[in-house]
Structure formats: structure tokens, C-alpha cells
Design a protein around this ligand. Structure first.
Ligand SMILES: [Zn+2]
Length: 356
């Protein structure tokens, strides 16, 4: 991809390290607005977590997930797109297509796959549409809402969307004028994340000053794909507030057992052997693995045959952490278990895993 500068030493795009700070709290902060955090996660985990929830419930959840994703994207775009730009588009002083192209190109750096605006029409009537080709999206249900949400925020009209698979890993996403269903007009609750200074520290790249551990990953900017250099696993940057809002919507629509179902799905995925801890120093390894992904600070960790206990003063997506802890315990001790957890007002998380 042209115009994206990468560090000659570690190979990481300068955009990634200049816009994000791997903070001592184990969160990844947006430097422009440190109230916002982002996680850096295996895309297979995101996809399998949602599929796992669906398998356990035995009913499709795609409609709820897609809609919650569209609404969170629309709220985000509404906030970040300057009013002047919206006005210029609506007064037809600025073409909408290049604006959307500029926005989706950031996704190439974040691991979203390759986006191309195929066609678009904005005349301010019912015929308006947006057509985007997405190659190798990290997730079809989570990853196709952004361009449509950008269009919606720019033109100020409610849009519906659908997608069609046109190749092995190519999709056409279509946005069209459609009023949102009444039940989805309510604003989603987006969690605010609190954190303080912590003791997560790391070596820095001597050239760009970003975390040296990011050189474990390779950026293919042409295809919009980030992979681990050894395992080949694909990574993506994702807002934890969006994931938590999706879980919240599932709970609102399907009932209060949803948090337990999310934990169970993450446990099964983890216990299948996807993540492993170094045998010698599991606490230090888990602390590093969590903070590398921006999930938070592991400050206490005890584990034996009798069980596992961990405490984090701040944790993003706590339900994933509970399932992860339980899955790791089960695979390390080859036993079944049950998990108990408590979250605090400021985002603290305590997890206990008890063998069963
Ligand atoms: Zn560097």
C-alpha cells in the first residue's frame, strides 16, 4: 500500500506506534484520546468465540451481532467525522467516495483486510447506495460494517446493509437507504475504561520507539493482513467496547445466561490448545501475553492442582479473560472445572477456577 511508512528496524507501520501506546497498565491507549483503548487479538479467537456462543445457544445470533456492530460503528463515525466535512458532503462540495476510501485505508494497517469502494451514489434520495468489495475480512459479520457506517454518518441518512460472497474470501458489502427498526434506535451502552499506572514494561525499538515485541508480527499492507511471523496466526486491532456492547445486546435480547455462555465458549476455544503458557514462569508469561494484546494488567496469579486465582486491577473484555483462565487451567491440568468471577466498579476483575 502506498503512503504508509514502516519502521526500517522492526517493520511496524509508523501509524500503529504513533497512534497507539502500549501503556504500563496493560491497555493499548489511543494517543489522541486516551479514554479510548484498543485490543490486538487473534482474529480466529473473535470469530470462534461468536461461533461458539451460537453453538452453545443453538440459535443464530448473526442478526443481533451485525446490528450491534453497525450501531457501534455508526456511533464511532458520528463522533470522529468532523461536522465541517459532513456539511461539505451534504452540500455536495466534496465527493463522498474519496472520503470513504481514505477512511477504509486505515483498516489496511489495522488488519481488517482489503477494502475497495466499487461504486457509490449520493443524490440525497432513496436510490443512494454504497458498494464495497472486501477481500480477506478478519470476520465477515464484524468486519463489514465500517464503510457503511461511515457513509451513514457522512450523509446523515439511515442505512441498511447486506453482504454477498463472490469469491473464496471476497465479499461484496452493500449499503442502502433503509430506516432502522424501531427496537434498534436506542443508543448502545459503551463501556468507559479506567486504568492507572501499572508495572508492565518492555524493550523499545531503537528506531521508532514502539514496543520491540511488535517485530514478532508481519504487516502485509497490500492485503490488510497482520500475522505472527512464526505461527502465521492472523491478528487484528479491535475496540473492546464494541465487543462488550455486542455481548450486552445478546444479553438484552436472549437473557441473563449470556455471560456464562461467552465464558464457556472462550473456555472451550482455549482448552482446545489455541493458547499455551510457558511451563517455567506461567504468571510472567500470562502477564506479557495479556498486555501485548491490550487486555489489561495481571497483578496476582496463583495456580496449583487445587485451582487458579487471578486478579487484574483493570481488564478489558473480562468475560474473555475468565474463559481464557478456565481454558488454560483445564488444558494444563487435564481436568474439568468451574469458574467464579467478580468485577469491580473501576473495571477490576477477580477470577477463581476450581477443579471439578
Ligand atoms: Zn521500529
Amino acid at each position: 500500500m502506498q503512503g504508509v511508512e514502516t519502521c526500517a528496524e522492526c517493520g511496524v507501520p509508523i501509524y500503529i506506534t504513533s497512534e497507539h501506546l502500549w501503556h504500563s497498565s496493560g491497555f493499548i491507549l489511543q494517543r489522541r484520546d486516551p479514554r479510548h483503548i484498543i485490543i490486538f487479538l487473534e482474529s480466529e479467537n473473535l470469530e470462534e468465540l461468536l461461533k461458539g456462543v451460537e453453538r452453545i445457544l443453538g440459535i443464530p445470533i448473526e442478526r443481533i451481532v451485525v446490528d450491534a456492530r453497525r450501531r457501534t460503528a455508526a456511533a464511532y463515525m458520528e463522533r470522529v467525522i468532523p461536522e465541517g466535512l459532513k456539511r461539505a458532503v451534504r452540500e455536495k462540495k466534496v465527493e463522498v467516495k474519496p472520503v470513504i476510501e481514505g477512511m477504509t485505508s486505515i483498516g489496511h494497517v489495522l488488519g481488517y483486510g482489503r477494502f475497495e469502494v466499487v461504486d457509490c451514489r449520493y443524490q440525497g434520495d432513496e436510490e443512494d447506495f454504497l458498494l464495497v468489495r472486501v477481500e480477506n475480512p478478519y470476520s465477515v459479520i464484524l468486519g463489514s460494517a465500517d464503510p457503511v457506517a461511515a457513509f451513514e454518518a457522512l450523509v446523515g441518512e439511515e442505512m441498511g446493509m447486506d453482504h454477498e460472497q463472490v469469491g473464496p474470501s471476497t465479499f461484496l458489502v452493500r449499503g442502502f437507504r433503509s430506516p432502522h427498526p424501531e427496537e434498534f434506535r436506542e443508543r448502545l451502552r459503551m463501556r468507559r475504561y479506567e486504568y492507572g499506572e501499572g508495572d508492565f514494561s518492555y524493550e523499545k525499538c531503537p528506531s521508532c520507539g514502539g514496543p520491540a515485541f511488535l517485530s514478532l508480527y508481519r504487516w502485509d499492507l497490500e492485503r490488510g493482513i497482520i500475522t505472527h511471523r512464526e505461527s502465521g496466526r492472523r491478528m487484528v486491532f479491535f475496540a473492546p467496547s464494541v465487543l462488550e456492547a455486542v455481548f450486552g445486546e445478546l444479553e438484552r435480547e436472549l437473557g441473563e445466561e449470556i455471560p456464562k455462555v461467552v465464558v464457556e465458549a472462550q473456555k472451550r476455544f482455549t482448552a482446545g490448545g489455541f493458547y499455551r503458557l510457558k511451563g517455567e514462569e506461567p504468571a510472567a508469561d500470562l502477564k506479557f501475553q495479556l498486555a501485548l494484546r491490550g487486555i489489561g494488567l495481571l497483578s496476582e496469579f496463583e495456580e496449583s492442582e487445587e485451582g487458579l486465582r487471578l486478579f487484574m486491577p483493570n481488564a478489558a473484555v473480562p468475560l474473555m479473560v475468565v474463559g481464557l483462565a478456565q481454558g488454560l487451567f483445564e488444558s494444563r491440568h487435564e481436568t474439568g472445572s468451574r469458574a467464579e468471577w467478580k468485577t469491580g466498579e473501576r473495571g477490576e476483575l477477580e477470577v477463581r477456577v476450581i477443579p471439578a
